[in-house]
Ligand binder design. Sequence first.
Ligand code: NAI
Ligand code: MG
Length: 357
Amino acid sequence: MRHYNIAAIPADGIGPEVISAGVAVLTSLQQRMGDLSLHFTHFDWGSDYYKKHGVMMPKDGLATLKGFDAIFFGAVGAPDVPDHVTLWGLRLPICQGFDQYANVRPTRILPGISSPLSNVGPGDLDWVIVRENSEGEYAGNGGRTHRGMPEEVGTEVAIFTRVGVTRIMRYAFKLAQSRPRKQLTVVTKSNAQRFGMVMWDEIAAEVAAEFPDVTWDKMLVDAMTVRMTLKPKSLDTIVATNLHADILSDLAGALAGSIGVAPTANIDPERRFPSMFEPIHGSAFDITGKGIANPVATFWTASEMLRHLGEEDAAQRLMAAVERVTKAGVLTPDVGGTATTEQVTNAVIDAIHSANR
Ligand code: NAI
Ligand code: MG
C-alpha cells in the first residue's frame, strides 16, 4: 500500500464545493485501486478564519504544512476582504515559503467541451504553460510613500534574477523535452522592457544549448495572445514570467472552454517542500452556494497531484474517468450543460468504478 498525507485547504467561495468534490473522487479512486491510500487533513484557513483571527492562517501554518506530501488548495478571495490581503495572506506565502517556483498549467480541450474558437476541437489545442512563480512582477518589491498627497508614489518593481530565470527555463525545456513535440515557446516583452526581459531572452538561449533536441522560439506577449487565438496548433510548451503567464493561462483556459476546467500545479521541482495543487479559477462568489461550480478543474488538478506523487497510473485513470463524463455531456452550465457539481462528481465516481481497469 502506497500512502500519502494530503493537506486540504478549501478556503473561500466555491473552494469548499470543489475541494469536497475532489476529495470524494480521490477517495473512490483509492477504493477502486486498492493499493493506494490517501489521507486528507482539512484546514479551515481563509477569509472566514481571517475575520475571526485577523490572519488568513496561523503563524506556524507553513511549519504545519511542511510534513505533508502535497497540498490540495481551493481558492481564496471574499467580497468583503481586500484581494491583496487574501492572496498575500495564504496562497502566496505557501508558494514563496515552499519555493514552488514552477507553476504548471496544462490546457487541452476535453471531449464534449467546445472551444469558443471555430474549427478548433479536442486535439487541436494541447499546451502546457510554465509560469515563473517566485519572482518577476509578483516579487512583492515596491512601496507607497506620501499616501493621499498629490505627490504620492506607488512602485511595483519586477525582480528577475539569473538563478530564478535559469531554473524556470531549465524546468520548461525539460518539460518540453518530455512531450512528444519537444517544442518550447519563450514569451517576453523584450522590445519594451530592456533589462529583465532581455536577460530572459539571453538565458533562454544559454539553456537551449543544453537541450539540442528541443525546438524553441520566442514571442512577445502581446503577439502571443494573437497566436494562441489564431494558430493554437502551432504551440506546445510555453514559458513566461509570473504576470505574463498569469494572463496567458486565463486566456488558455477560456480558449479550452472555461476556466472551470483548468488545473494548476505549484511545484517545488527539487522536492524539498510539498507542492500545491489548485484549480486556476478563483473563489467565484457570483456562483458560490448555487451548487453549479464546475469541479472538473479540481479533478484535473487532483490528477496532476497524483502524477507529481509518482502515481502515474492513478493520474491517468482519473483523467480517463473525467473525459468519459465530459464526452457523455454531463457538464455544468459554464461549459454549456445543465448538470450540478454533485451530478458531475457522481458521474465521475461511477466512471471510476465501472472502468475495466
Ligand atoms: P474567478 O475565477 O473566481 O471567476 C471568474 C468567472 O469564472 C466568474 O464568472 C465565475 O463564476 C466563473 N468561474 C470560475 N470558476 C468556475 C467554476 N469552477 N465553475 C464555473 N464557473 C466558474 O475570478 P474573479 O471573479 O476575478 O475573482 C473572484 C475572487 O477570487 C477574487 O477575490 C479573486 O482575488 C480571487 N481569485 C483567487 C485565485 C486563487 O485563489 N488562486 C485566482 C483568481 C482569483
Ligand atoms: Mg490568475
